[in-house]
Design a protein around this ligand. Structure first.
Ligand code: SF4
Ligand code: SF4
Length: 176
């Protein structure tokens, strides 16, 4: 399998510093609205701040991969005496919850690191330095990129059915 260099972008989270202001959700939703900055709906954000005020928990989680099925294993976490729900640290868009689904279309949302921007907007706007942007280069097998494309296609097929997606692809290839 051919290896290619891939720039890995990630956001580290220092959750202890988070005060739950939700600025990150607002700026993410605004940046990704169509046209850009035309609306603010935090439900359409690719970052979500899990909030449990009474337990002093504010935990920003940004959207990861689409998963067509619920997972089998669920763990409870206790960190510094705080108990986190089973799905708290999970970044997947999955059928067991509404998080990271577009409120209008229901399609899965995934953090794209604010493609086109110098650095992610949620990082830029978090004034408490909770979100720390990191870049590194890794050698990955070419297959990983194909798997990412497959996951995106699978979510569209789940939503619209194979026939409609096939028709749309045929239409697009005809125009190309
Ligand atoms: S902007 Fe920063 S402090 Fe505010 S909710 Fe998001 S991560 Fe927490
Ligand atoms: S990096 Fe950009 S897309 Fe990802 S959660 Fe932050 S604002 Fe949203």
């Amino acid at each position: 399998m051919a290896k290619i260099k891939k720039k890995i972008k990630t956001i580290k989270i220092d959750a202890d510093k988070c005060n739950g202001c939700r600025t990150c959700e607002v700026v993410c939703a605004a940046f990704h609205s169509q046209p850009k900055y035309s609306s603010i709906n935090p439900a359409a954000s690719r970052i979500h701040v899990i909030t449990r005020r009474l337990d002093d928990i504010w935990l920003p989680v940004f959207a990861g991969e689409y998963s067509p099925a619920e997972c089998m294993g669920r763990d409870k976490y206790v960190i510094d005496g705080k108990e986190y729900d089973e799905c708290s640290f999970c970044r997947a868009t999955c059928p067991s919850r509404d998080m990271f689904k577009d409120p209008d279309s229901g399609l899965p949302l995934k953090c794209d690191m604010c493609e086109g921007e110098e650095s992610p907007l949620c990082v830029q706007w978090c004034l408490n330095d909770v979100l720390i942007y990191e870049e590194r280069e890794e050698e990955v097998e070419e297959m990983v990129q194909i798997e990412e494309m497959d996951a995106g296609l699978a979510s569209l097929i789940d939503r619209y059915g194979l026939e409609k997606i096939g028709t749309a692809l045929a239409r697009m290839s005809y125009k190309a």
